[in-house]
Design a protein around this ligand. Sequence first.
Ligand SMILES: NC(=O)N[C@@H](CC(=O)O)C(=O)O
Ligand SMILES: [Zn+2]
Ligand SMILES: [Zn+2]
Length: 346
Amino acid sequence: MTDTLTIRTPDDWHLHLRDGAMLRAVAPETARHFARAIIMPNLVPPVVTGADAAAYRDRILAALPEGSNFEPLMTLYLTEDTDPGDLARAHQSGLITSVKLYPAGATTNSASGVSNFDKVRPVLERMAEIGCPLCVHGEVVDGDVDIFDREAVFIERVLDPIRRATPGLRVVMEHITTMQGVEYASEGGPELAATITTHHLVINRNHILAGGIKPHYYCLPVAKREEHRLALRRAATSSDPTFFLGTDSAPHTDANKLLPCGCAGCFTATNTLSILAEVFEQEGALERLESFTSLNGPKFYKLAPNETQITLTKGDPVTYPDRIETDDGPVTVFDPMMPLHWRVAS
Ligand SMILES: NC(=O)N[C@@H](CC(=O)O)C(=O)O
Ligand SMILES: [Zn+2]
Ligand SMILES: [Zn+2]
């Protein structure tokens, strides 16, 4: 039986680090095991210009533990006023790695996102020319569309038309949650990829809603039926390079999660690798964990995989704190509802 696994150091291709006290508390949780991460720009106010991204990058670096080599890969938040020239300069200088599209109103801090997709056409065309990837939160904002259908409808109504109208645009479908997402991504050729979160490999909608409401399992896109979770597991553990890890670790204080109108987001940075190793072992695919966490992402982003390695060892169940403390208040760590046997050896 395999009880140690050495892989290239993982990267997280979708991560929320926030700012201020929250940033200082959560950055070390990711930097402990990950070499790089794509940093989401949905701060208040959002990271919209190259100058904003440079300043945010400095704040992240200042929040890292001493001696950390963690590299934040910055993104810009696409708005209807994004300046294509500023974006292109930020990308060409290496300051930003990608641009994030939030349909206005789709998720946490998305109010400055896009309502009229025609308005961002020139920016998307410029991105296609310079090879800057677009990371997409793929849900329609339409009160008439059932929340469980918003991803599938987005693919047909918004994503596919954008991709057809913008040849060459490289797109990452972020945090896919449906078999329709898996299917569309896997048929999209080398210019299309998809990230899958840790929590969507573990929970389905019953975990949120059956036997009492569980606010800590509420995130966007919301977890779907079991058949969709199983499709995500097959995609993540296949060797298809289309799919890679984006944890979408999204810290909110417990006070903000446990409101009558609570925030969306699961905080998984602390125990993600233990959970993923458990999931991949359950699927008989431990030898493919490295592709998902450490190889497919860099390949899509045209970056070298990390030279360093981590070793996971299997033993007695490993426990993690239920919550981490921040100066903004406690943040609950995602509970995978199963014993975890794999730990990252220090
Ligand atoms: N995933 C979430 O439920 N929340 C994210 C936003 C996002 O990634 O959509 C957040 O910033 O809290
Ligand atoms: Zn999102
Ligand atoms: Zn996110």
